[in-house]
Design a protein around this ligand. Structure first.
Ligand code: PLP
Length: 405
């Protein structure tokens, strides 16, 4: 899954270009930087590789989501619909702009269930934010239709699905805006970084200013820039962009390894009658960073997790149902609206509503789901060995369960 596994001379070379000039900032210093503009180059490479008109790099994927939401005008009083299964960054970003995160159920796509989205729409809903989890994708046709019908923004959190596509278009470039994260464990990394991708020039200019204290970047003299609106500092550094520039050139190599390794492991699991797989609306577009599979019951799934743990083969297998970072069940800090600074009382009350919602439909899916992360470093023998051990553990549990039932 992560690009850091194949760190190479290419990344070292790009970083060295920046170290040679010592200009670590992405703006200004036109003379001393001697023509080295890694952030700009990476933005151009992103537009070209993924097929969007504009790309704005940021300091993280979380910052990219906050930036996209601000640029779309999402803020006080607005509701953003997002899934119960995601990384905490999704709701953090919604809260950062003062909007209300409305968490709704997922289905076997492992992201937004279109019916649950429909039921959650109110006059205050401003955007739908699917999260393309674990390398796969949301049912984009259904979500786009809902957005059109209700005049809502579609913001794609594609942080985990770099290189994935839906009906020929790259995830993250289909909605009004989309984001990637380039944190250390993503498909390509900058160490830390993110990007907002979009086709609207107006939106791009807002993202560009917002990430740099509202600078309009219109003139050559940074000090003389105007500030048409208030921004923040969500800038990426040239060192980080340099790493990303090397990594994006290697993305096809990474994706090819991912697909190959994923295919071998998935075929082994598919031979087991009790195992089924996550629904992928466009199977050809799976980025294959994980293989996500289901067992018939939650009890069997817990037993398989315990069996794999006992055998020392659990590493790289994620049982999200019990995970602190990715699933609503253990987000007590969100359910209690525990923040360091006070939230507006109205927002606080709305955030705490998440605690009383019924997520049994999500529990039903997540309770039976295990995701196996695909490493770029595995040899074919290692995958086979891993697959055989997993298959044996699953078989053992399923046999025991049929006997006791
Ligand atoms: C990684 C991730 C983010 C945020 O990325 P950071 O760069 O770590 O801030 C957002 N959403 C999802 C789904 C992610 O996996």
């Amino acid at each position: 899954m992560p690009g850091f596994e194949l760190w190479s001379d290419k990344e070292r070379k790009e970083v060295n270009d920046v170290l040679e000039t010592g200009i670590l900032m992405r703006y200004g210093f036109d003379g001393p930087r001697k023509g080295i503009w890694k952030s700009k180059e990476l933005e151009e490479a992103i537009c070209k590789r993924f097929g969007c008109n504009y790309a704005q790099l940021t300091s993280s994927g979380t910052a990219a989501l906050s930036t996209a939401m601000s640029a779309l005008g999402i803020g006080y009083g607005d509701e953003v619909i997002t899934p119960s299964f995601t990384f905490v960054a999704s709701f953090e970003a919604i809260l950062s702009v003062g909007a209300v995160p409305v968490l709704v159920d997922i289905d076997e796509t492992l992201t937004l269930a279109p019916d649950a989205v429909r039921n959650a729409i109110t006059p205050k809903t401003k955007a739908i934010m699917p999260v393309h989890m674990c390398g796969g994708m949301a049912d984009m046709d259904a979500l786009q239709a809902i957005c059109k019908e209700h005049n809502l923004f579609l913001l794609e959190d594609a942080c985990q699905s770099i290189g994935g596509t839906y009906k020929g278009k790259h995830l993250g470039t289909i909605g009004d805006a989309g984001t990637f994260s380039f944190d250390f464990v993503k498909t390509i990394t900058c160490a830390e970084g993110g990007v907002v991708m979009m086709n609207s020039k107006e939106l791009y200019e807002k993202c560009d200013g917002y990430t740099d204290h509202g600078h309009d970047h219109k003139g050559a003299d940074r000090g003389a820039d105007l500030h048409p609106f208030i921004g923040y500092n969500y800038r990426i550094s040239e060192l980080h962009a340099a790493v990303g520039l090397a990594q994006i050139q290697r993305l096809d190599e990474f994706l090819a390894i991912q697909k190959k390794n994923h295919g071998i492991l998935k075929n082994m699991l598919a031979k087991l009658p009790g195992v089924s797989f996550r629904h992928i609306p466009d199977p050809a577009g799976d980025s294959c960073s994980f293989v996500s599979w289901f067992l018939p019951t939650k009890e069997a799934t817990v037993a398989v997790v315990n069996e794999m743990k006992a055998q020392g083969i659990l590493a790289g297998n994620f049982y999200w149902f019990d995970n602190n970072w990715h699933y609503i069940r253990k987000w007590d800090h969100l359910k209690n609206a525990t923040t360091l600074n006070s939230l507006h009382p109205e927002l606080k009350a709305r955030v705490m509503e998440q605690a009383n919602k019924d997520f049994s439909a999500s529990d039903e899916v997540m309770g039976r789901c295990i995701s196996t992360a695909i490493s770029l470093l595995w040899t074919e023998e290692q995958i086979k060995e891993k697959g055989e051990k997993m298959v044996a553990a699953i078989q053992k549990v399923l046999n025991e369960q049929t006997i006791t039932n």
